[in-house]
Design a binder for this molecule. Structure first.
Ligand SMILES: Cc1ncc(COP(=O)(O)O)c(C=O)c1O
Length: 388
């Protein structure tokens, strides 16, 4: 096995391969299925046994992590919580649920904690794909839930994106058929970084959710300016059958600590709970750090502002070089490249810059996570060298 393959397998197995190279398998629904689309590629997904062959990177810009780390207040809480490591966290997750419930305008019974939102995505796939049927989504999005659903025997109907790389909600709505078990929306979307207008998304949920559950993956929602952030909790409070998946992995920097949650109807949470340990899967140390981080608005504002600054620098530098950068509302940027994705990726890695590549409709793209300002300068310098 080549070192490149080993790295790729590790990324996939460790969940770092966000949206994955396999994304191109979910090409637009009307395109003729290719052999790649129809054949299962899951056989060896978790089969790696060798230690990860991760090159030493100067800038790790491949997994949409927070380059600033966790909040100092969260670190303090984490260390303090070590003393309670012998106790089950019966009381503590209630505290975090109460805080979230107040902000979202829902009840604590509408919330289920989890070790990252991946567990919620997997539980949804396990539940909604178990009897076949179709999962309806967009062609260029995060594919963890989709790959798992496909593996369980469901079909993936992936509608093309709009011209500006957004979820095409009218097209998705028009494609609803009785065999659709779940609609999967990612907002802001990974890998495009695009958002759908909040009013349009709300109207979509109110119309579609009475017919079929709508899953909205809001992993990157914290990168919205707080005043502009969609407040879909109110739809849950109104009794709508939607599932919101949130994570602390991004603005809170908890990708390694693992913390996330779902907001949904209590019955839906009960259904999903059959596939996950839910609240109890989260360690007390992570939970206590999560509570501190959730309350630390100043740290979240700092991370959001630093992200916006570095993102804007990178967008400007690429635009000046003649690249068409897709406007991003998240902590990563996607833009079309003019090289073979593999060659580009290898050369960037050889320079110590970790990025990911994607293909959509035959066009290769680079997806670069927003690191620190210094890391983005390194990225641009390397990019100039690699593309000549
Ligand atoms: C769109 C999206 N959803 C969910 C996740 C899962 O994140 P985690 O399991 O770390 O919460 C990711 C990770 O990158 C993501 O990009």
């Amino acid at each position: 096995m080549s070192s490149q393959l080993t790295r790729r397998d590790w990324l996939r197995a460790s969940g770092l391969m966000t949206a994955g190279l396999s994304l191109s398998r979910f090409t637009p629904a009307e395109a003729a299925p290719t052999a790649e689309q129809t054949q299962s590629t899951f056989a060896n997904e978790f089969a790696f046994t060798a230690p990860p062959d991760m090159p030493k990177l100067r800038a790790r810009l491949l997994a949409n992590e927070n380059p600033l780390g966790i909040a100092p207040s969260a670190k303090e809480a984490l260390i303090k919580a070590a003393d309670s490591g012998n106790r089950y966290a019966w009381m503590e997750f209630g505290q975090l649920k109460d805080l979230i419930a107040t902000d979202e305008g829902v009840k604590a019974t509408n919330i289920m904690m989890s070790p990252g939102s991946s567990d919620i995505l997997m539980a949804a796939a396990d539940n909604f794909a178990k009897a076949g049927g179709t999962i309806l989504t967009s062609a260029f999005t995060y594919d963890d839930l989709l790959r798992r659903s496909e593996k369980l025997g469901a079909k993936i109907k992936a509608m093309p994106m709009t011209k500006d790389y957004k979820f095409d909600l009218p097209a998705i709505k028009a494609s609803l058929t009785p065999d659709v078990k779940l609609v999967y929306i990612v907002n802001p979307n990974n890998p495009t970084g695009t958002i759908v207008p909040t009013a349009e998304l709300e109207a979509f949920c109110r119309e579609v959710a009475p017919k079929v559950p709508v899953f909205i993956d809001e992993a990157y929602i914290d990168f919205y300016e707080p005043a502009e952030r969609p407040k879909l909790g109110k739809l849950v409070a109104d009794g709508q059958n939607i599932i919101l998946a949130r994570t602390f992995s991004k603005i809170h920097g908890f990708a390694g600590l693992r913390l996330g949650y779902a907001i949904a109807q209590p019955d839906m949470l009960k259904t999903l709970h059959a596939y996950t340990n839910g609240d109890f899967a989260v360690s007390i140390t992570t939970l206590m750090a999560g509570i501190a981080s959730y309350k630390d608005i100043a740290w979240q504002n700092h991370c959001r502002a630093e992200n916006a600054k570095a993102r804007s620098y990178t967008t400007k530098a690429l635009t000046e070089m003649g690249y068409e950068v897709i406007p991003s509302a998240a902590n990563f940027i996607l833009f079309p490249i003019r090289m073979k994705p593999k060659t580009f990726e290898n050369q960037m890695f050889a320079n110590g810059i970790g990025i990911q590549t994607r293909e959509y409709n035959g066009q290769p793209f680079c997806r670069v996570s927003v690191g620190t300002s210094e890391e983005m300068v390194m990225f641009i310098d390397s990019f100039k060298k690699v593309v000549g």
